[in-house]
Design a protein around this ligand. Sequence first.
Ligand SMILES: NC(=O)c1ccc[n+]([C@@H]2O[C@H](COP(=O)([O-])OP(=O)(O)OC[C@H]3O[C@@H](n4cnc5c(N)ncnc54)[C@H](O)[C@@H]3O)[C@@H](O)[C@H]2O)c1
Length: 316
Amino acid sequence: MSRKVLVTGGAGFIGSHVAEAFLARGDRVWIVDDLSSGRASNLPEGAEFRRMDIGDDALNELYDDVGFDLVSHHAAQIDVRSSVADPRRDARINLDGLLNVLEAARRHGSRVVYVSSGGVVYGEPEVRPTPETAPKLPRSPYGVTKLAGEQYLYYYAQIHGLEYVALRYSNVYGPRQDPHGEAGVVAIFGRRVLEGRPLTIFGDGEQTRDYVFVGDVVAANLAAADLPVPAGTALDDRAYNVGTGRETSVNALAREMMAAGEREVDVTYAAERPGELRHSSLDTAKLQAAGWAPRTSLRDGLRQTLDHIEREMMAR
Ligand SMILES: NC(=O)c1ccc[n+]([C@@H]2O[C@H](COP(=O)([O-])OP(=O)(O)OC[C@H]3O[C@@H](n4cnc5c(N)ncnc54)[C@H](O)[C@@H]3O)[C@@H](O)[C@H]2O)c1
């Protein structure tokens, strides 16, 4: 059955891929984005686009006109360092903006797929790969607002019966990403390898991340749109990690990138960045039990990402 889907942040890296997938499945898609970090060129053909801030009253008018069945909430301030520099701006977008969306979703009884972050809500986790039930100890304003977003949804579910699923992404990479997100290093290294310029690694390069390909994240979003409302009443019952469970060090990522690009470049080391997480990877057994799996190898995903960066460089 074709649904009316609102993708907030659908001009961004991940939201644009998710919007495309809903369209390919036969759903009707509306995108709301203020283009603050997204790009008009990412907008998929066939989607209705409204340029607006998610906190605007105009969102309610659009909602009342269309009456969405599903909201895929990707719009956010996503930069950890900006959130530290300006926590109020982070909260205005990630909480005040979210509440505008949730009030409309509540009035219309839409399902919400909320995009949280497994990279930041657990802080520096003791157990890795980290399960959904691990303690939530975010270490940045961005981590706090992502977690508080889940708590707001939990409230709406308990008090207003809102249907929702929260997806906690690890470090997402792939075509269209820019250098500012949680896996921005992939975009930076990719461009440098293609240009034959040296890579700079901050610290000793042994810090690890769980890099998940955007195509696998899209599949998780399609699954989340149809998952039965998760059983249980705890916050974590409604949340699913999306990652690979594998840790890749920045040194290994640099080697993989050169292998995928079939080109060697120099690597230089610079001072460690203060406050950076040492290690991170997510346990995804819960979403895998619902039929999803991360299927793209790092080498294949990096190749697809490099192809995209190369096409962009040639178009310029
Ligand atoms: N990239 C990752 O590794 C990663 C990891 C964990 C979670 N996430 C989450 O995934 C979602 C998408 O991230 P992304 O990497 O695609 O980033 P992105 O910056 O490419 O996408 C965010 C989009 O939201 C839009 N936006 C921002 N503020 C807005 C506002 N006030 N009103 C309307 N639109 C607004 C931006 O213009 C952009 O198009 C975010 O919620 C982010 O927190 C991303």
